[in-house]
Each structure stands twice: as C-alpha cells, then as structure tokens.
Design a protein around this ligand. Structure first.
Ligand code: ADP
Ligand code: MG
Length: 256
C-alpha cells in the first residue's frame, strides 16, 4: 500500500518565536495539610508557582509558613494534599536538593557523601572522585575528605551538603535555607559562588530563605509568602538584577 504521510502531530513543531519555554517547575492550587479531623493543620497553600528554565527564584516567608513542605513536595518526598506540582527537566541532568537539615550520611566519609550522587548517576569512579574532590576544595573542605561528618561543625556539614548537591551539576536546584547556619562572611562567599555557578550553567534554582535581604541579593524574582498556611502574597524583581558573572571575582578564598 501507499506509505502514510507523517501526521502533523507526529512532527514536533518548533515553538513560535517569542513563545516562552514551558516552566521547569509548575505548581497549581498546591496545598498540603497534616493530621486529620479536629487536629488537622493546613501547612501550605493553595498556591500557584511557575519557575522558568534557568531562572533563580527565591521564596521568602516566616518560620512555619510551609516553605520546607513545598520543597519536600517538589523533591518528591511528600505528596501534595491538593493541586499538583510538576518538575520538568529538559535534559539528562538530574534535579538535586539541599535540605535545611543537611541530610548527610554520618556513616560515610565526607568524600563518600559528595561522591554519592555521582555514583547514583554512574559517573565513572575516577571522574566521580575528581569532581567530588574539586567541589570539596571549592567549599574549603579539601583537607576533610576522609573525615566523618560527625566530627565537623554545623557550618562544615552544611558545606558538605552543598558540595554534594552541586557536584551532580543539577538542572534544577532546590535549596532549603542552605546558608542559614553559616557565619556572615562564609554566607557571602557561598552566595557569590552560587550565583556564578547557576548563571554559567543555567541552573534553574528555587531557593528558600527566611531572609528578605538574602532573597533580594540572589533572586531574579522574589516571592513573599504569608504566615501559615503559606500563600504567595507579593512578588518583587530586585531593581538591579543579579550581579553579572565576573562581578564576584576577587571574592576572598577560604582558608582550609
Ligand atoms: P517552614 O519551612 O516554612 O518553616 P514547614 O514547611 O517546615 O515550615 O512547616 C509548616 C507547618 O507544617 C508547621 O506548622 C509545621 O509544624 C507543620 N508540619 C511540617 N511537617 C509536618 C509533619 N510531617 N507533620 C505534621 N506537621 C508538620
Ligand atoms: Mg523550613
């Protein structure tokens, strides 16, 4: 018989110029409560949220407003109660997340913790080791590669968690108050590193903080949440935008 001509729907059509790409993260009427009956507590939402590919969005809100709940849902660790949340990675890079409470394995060395995500991705052993060591060095932890996390300070453990998430070069980065436990100087250094990295690699980032100041420094866009149940009540675009790559050169280096 005659070969069928391709059906128009089988041919992916290029997006019309000016059409924005689909969001990397999209939430609609997303809500979550905990408990049942009289003891039920509405922790989050309902809220709508779109994060464009490559965008750096900061979510700021008071303690207990549901920020971590939102991130846990985004990470697939918790089901939404109502509505939906979709994460859409366009390429092969994984999504990664950094927990507020570190999520570090105490029975693995620092190096093994950072290598863990790379092993999951089946990065060859030698390359995984080299990448892990290079991230530890950037975090000022080169000399602690063989140490166990229990022997480290809170700030150092947090840096291990950051190195572990960034080492997998995620397409979408979810961060839950990653710098909260750090002193001001270290926080500034890591903020600069993060901006530099996410701009160079076009990493989509959802960054949660309770500090409006930090949100305004980092975000392309800042979303402000109400007290519990957290809903988005305001949106700001910082007036001067994010510092351009290169503006962070000259940032002080860690002493190991
Ligand atoms: P935030 O990160 O903004 O400080 P959370 O998302 O951690 O807020 O918590 C929002 C609310 O939901 C809080 O009142 C918290 O006590 C409650 N909550 C969070 N997780 C649970 C849970 N697993 N079980 C019961 N209540 C929870
Ligand atoms: Mg939290």
């Amino acid at each position: 018989g005659e070969p069928h001509p391709p059906t128009p729907s089988a041919v992916p059509r290029p997006a019309a110029p000016g059409t924005p790409p689909p969001p990397a993260l999209r939430a609609r009427s997303l809500g979550r409560s905990f408990g049942r009956g009289r003891s039920a507590l509405t922790a989050l939402g309902p809220l709508d949220l779109d994060v464009a590919p490559g965008e750096f969005v900061c979510l700021v809100g008071p303690s207990g407003c549901g920020k971590s709940t939102l991130l846990r849902i985004a990470a697939g660790l918790l089901r939404p109660g109502t509505g939906e949340l979709e994460i859409r990675a366009a390429g092969p890079r994984p999504a990664a997340m950094i927990f507020q409470d570190y999520g570090i394995y105490d029975w693995k060395t620092v190096l093994a913790n950072v290598r863990f995500g790379l092993d999951v991705q089946r990065v060859p052993r030698k390359e995984a080791e080299a990448r892990a060591r290079s991230w530890l060095a950037r975090m000022g932890l080169a000399e602690f590669a063989d140490a166990y996390p229990a022997t480290l300070s809170g700030g150092m453990r947090q840096r291990v968690a950051i190195a572990r998430a960034l080492a997998v070069e995620p397409e979408i980065l979810l961060m839950d108050e990653p710098f909260a436990a750090l002193d001001a100087q270290l926080r500034t250094i890591l903020q600069d590193e993060l901006l530099d990295l996410t701009q160079h690699t076009r990493t989509t980032t959802l960054f949660i903080t309770h500090s409006l100041e930090e949100a305004l420094v980092l975000g392309d866009r800042v979303l402000v949440m109400s007290a519990r149940p957290g809903r988005i009540i305001a949106e700001r675009r910082p007036p001067f935008g994010r510092p351009r790559s290169g503006a962070v050169r000259g940032a002080p280096q860690f002493a190991a």
